[in-house]
Each structure stands twice: as structure tokens, then as C-alpha cells.
Design a protein around this ligand. Sequence first.
Ligand code: NAD
Ligand code: TYD
Length: 341
Amino acid sequence: MTVFVTGGAGFIGSNFIFYMFDQHPDYRIVCIDSLTYAGNLSTLASVMDNPNFRFAKISITDKDMVDKIFAEEHPDMVINFAAESHVDRSIENPSIFLETNIIGTQILMDACRKYGVKRFHQVSTDEVYGDLPLDRPDMFFTETTPLHTSSPYSSSKAGADLLVLAYYRTYNLPVSISRCSNNYGPYQFPEKLIPLMVINTLEDKSLPVYGTGENVRDWLYVEDHCKAIDLIIHNGKIGEVYNIGGHNEMRNIDIVKMIIKAIGKDESLIKYVEDRKGHDQRYAIDPAKIYNELGWIPETKFKDGIQKTIQWYLDNRSWWGEIISGEYRDYYDKMYSGRLS
Ligand code: NAD
Ligand code: TYD
């Protein structure tokens, strides 16, 4: 069994590679990643010498190189994690989001058709459903909730989802889609809420909370997401969408306070800053379908997962230290200087 994992040098893709080698040590895994600012080869150090692993520095938007690696490896399955993934960056520069997230997906699926791949799985997001009101805790996203996006990022992911379903209907490409809620865990790039707040707290820097901090996200430990994808690609139905989420809704401000407390610092670090444009209020997944059809349930409780995650950032300062001293520093200064000064 040869599995292509695109975007495998990023946060969730790398965790998925580790999970797959754990569960299926005999599988051959080929990671396809163009190593954008969010991709980090050092993340994959522990699998680099595995004879069943190959890393290929290729952009999913490069049709010729994609064709070449399909011709060389003839994958059985392709799991597409590769994406531009940060909402704030999409507000600054939408073009690359459309290029990678939509055109890249099309190029991969064309190669899957040409080489007779048995499963193309698209890793999507709950953000394609837009947001839910804060005062309706009874409302959840199901797989039939209409797509209603807010940001260029979520719009590009919704565009890709529609294209994936079109390839199923039009060409009979064996596809599946998962739409997961917010992930957290090891190797998440420091631009995202939890690692940013952990690192800033450790460094006694201000903690920039957008707007009132009351926005709600539904957090899932990354390994539970990986387990769900593994179940879907092996047992999930072709042509279907599966929502993934663990009913763990939290307000941003409560997460920030929890991190401060766990690290033993003071809440005076919190700074309320200008809100994100078009900021989604609340995400909340109804995971009944994946639970009923595939028996998936999340294993890690938030209180344990957040402790493990904070500990991981404490133990791996060199991983994020290199990131925050490089190109990312310019991004941070650009995005937050007006807000924090
Ligand atoms: P990430 O930004 O950490 O990693 C993305 C990876 O894709 C990086 O390694 C990057 O180098 C690679 N990449 C980007 N453009 C590429 C291209 N053109 N060709 C090849 N590789 C390219 O993202 P993540 O948080 O790991 O998210 C992975 C996937 O999961 C994305 O599709 C995202 O939309 C989806 N998702 C993320 C979350 C979340 O909470 N992070 C939740 C639900 C769904
Ligand atoms: P993020 O991690 O960017 O994920 P997403 O926007 O895809 O849900 O943000 C999570 C929440 O945290 C979101 O409501 C925006 C908020 N946020 C802040 O308040 N401050 C920050 O510096 C960041 C990065 C996010």
C-alpha cells in the first residue's frame, strides 16, 4: 500500500504520518510538500531514515512534477493536507489561497484519475459552513449544513470541496472529504492561537486577543483527527463527507487564561486588540455520522491535551525558536505591531 500525504511537513500532515507509521508500519508513505513558510523538514526528522518513507519537495500546483511522482510511485491513496491554512494571511493575500487550495487540489485529482488511484481524501475544515450564533448553543454543523463561508481561506476550502464532489459525480473518482474543527497539539505553527499564546506567555510577551475574546472554537487534539482520517480512508464511504469534532467548545479568552495559569504567569499579559475582519463567532461540529458509521470517538480530553501540548512546546524550544527568529518574525511584526503598540 503506497499512500501520498501532501502537506506532510506541516502541523496535521506530519502528525498523520507519525500516526500512520504507528498503525500501519508496512505502508509506504510518500510526503509531498513544497516547504512553504509553514512546512518544516526538521519536523519529519524521526521518519526520514525509515525505508518505507520518501520525502519529495514538490508543489501540488506543479502539474509536471506531480505527474512525475505519480508515474514513479503509483500511489493507492492520496490524502491531501497541503494548503495555505491561516485565516489572517488569507485576509492579507487571498491569491495564493486560491492557487494552492483549489488549483492544487484539481491538479492532484487529475493525476489520481490518470493513474487510477483508489482513494483521494480531501482534508477540509468546519470553516466551510461559516459560523453559528453565540446565543444558540443548540445549533451544530452537520454534513448537510449549507456552505456559507466568511474568509478567503474558508472560501478556497469550500471551492475545493465542491470540486472534489464534482470529480466524484462527473468522473467517478473515488473521493472522500473530512471537515474537522480546530486542531491543537505538537508541531503547530506559532501563528495559530494556542502555540502563539503558549510561546508569548513563556516569553512574557503580550497576548493579543482579538475583539472581546468571546468567539468560540471546537478544539480537537490532533491525534484524534488523524485517527478519524485513518478510519475514513479505510472504511468510509466513497463520495461522502464526514464531520470530525469532539464537542469541546471553548471561548478564546478562556483558553488564553488556561494557558497563563498552566505556565504560572499573570493575566496582565492579556491585551485585547482590534478584531479580525469578518471574524467567525462560533464553530461547533455534530460528529454523529462518523460516530454512528465508523465508531470514531475522540480519546484525548482537552484538559489533558492542552497540558501535553504546553509541555511539548516547553520541551521543544529549538523547534519553535528557529521559526520565531526567522522569516516569521517579519510576519508577526507586520500583523501585530499596529495592534500591540
Ligand atoms: P499547515 O499550514 O501547518 O501546513 C500546511 C502544509 O502544506 C505545509 O507543510 C506547507 O509547506 C504545505 N504546502 C502549502 N502549499 C503547498 C503546495 N502548493 N504544495 C505542497 N505543499 C504545500 O496546515 P495544517 O494546520 O497542518 O492544516 C492541514 C490541512 O488541514 C489543511 O488543508 C487545513 O485546511 C486543514 N485543517 C486544519 C485545521 C487546523 O485546525 N489546523 C482544522 C481543520 C482542517
Ligand atoms: P486561529 O488559530 O487562527 O484559527 P481559526 O481562525 O482557523 O479558528 O484562531 C483561533 C481563534 O483565536 C479565532 O477566533 C481567532 C483568535 N485569535 C486571537 O484572538 N488572537 C490571535 O493572535 C490569533 C492568531 C487568533
